[in-house]
Write a protein that binds this ligand. Sequence first.
Ligand SMILES: [Zn+2]
Length: 332
Amino acid sequence: MQLIAALFLLLSSRVLLIQAACGCSQTSSLSSLVINNASTTNSSNKQNSSTGVVIQIDDMLIPIEDLQAPTAPVRSDGSSSDQASSSSSNSLPSSSYLSCRRLWPKGRLYYRFGLGFPSSYRDMVRLSLSRLAARISSASSNQQLVTFVESNYFIDVQHVEVIDDVGCYSYVGRQSSSSSYSQALSLQVPNCMLESIIQHEFMHALGFYHEQSRPDRDSFVTVLWNNIDSDECNNFLKTSYKLTNDYPRYDYGSVMHYQSHYFSCLSGSKTLLMKNGSLIDERNNLSSLDAEKLSYTYSSTNLAYCSTRSDAAFEFASKVLTVANSKAKEIH
Ligand SMILES: [Zn+2]
């Protein structure tokens, strides 16, 4: 009997060791990570040669200065973009802080494959980007608002370097630095080789955060904090209005939205539900609203607004971009 009891205790302790700790107490915003110096849970804090300190939240790499952005610019209508916009409003929002600073001028995202990225998977990335660009175009009366430009020869041009690293991740938005023009975007082979994941990571690169991290998300979803793996709490923090595109319509079907079971500490438990209790299911492609948001963000009206800003923080369109290789391949 003692042996059985000992075995039970041993098995129990193994279960405890395997099972993730449950529950999160932190319900503040991403900006609090700056105050906490990113010391909690699984967010990492590392030095990046091009942008200084970068905080990693799930698959998003965020320069610390973005989280420290002190003030939001005044919108064209005179209000601050820090002010919450009405979620029921049908009017398009004015540009917010990050949607200017981190956008790609003229909607041209330059990229290349790292040397170690398998050749056999490159066409899949190209096809996913082609479909992404086509969806944006179809959402904007066939205007070519976003173009993915591939080349192997970039000189002084900010570009995404697609690498086969551990996991799938990307910087949020276009980075800029005088010391480095390359920003990593990892698509681990074969785990990240799904169209939805490829488009998800490139949407990060285009400047978008996770949909459920919107500052107004609590009006649309319920976060079940007690069911979240304690090491993953920061993944459920909210952004502030100065960090995100405060587009009025919430999108449960966004390719940027977590599913209901993400980061649960117990098998079968849920961490995120719609306000009416419904599950948020898997999505395999860009949603219509994703395309609409991209179309709005990279519209000529929005880009023109961004280019007129004279704030030091707005480096948008201040540099004439050139591609050394005239044979750069454009994906439309
Ligand atoms: Zn992501």
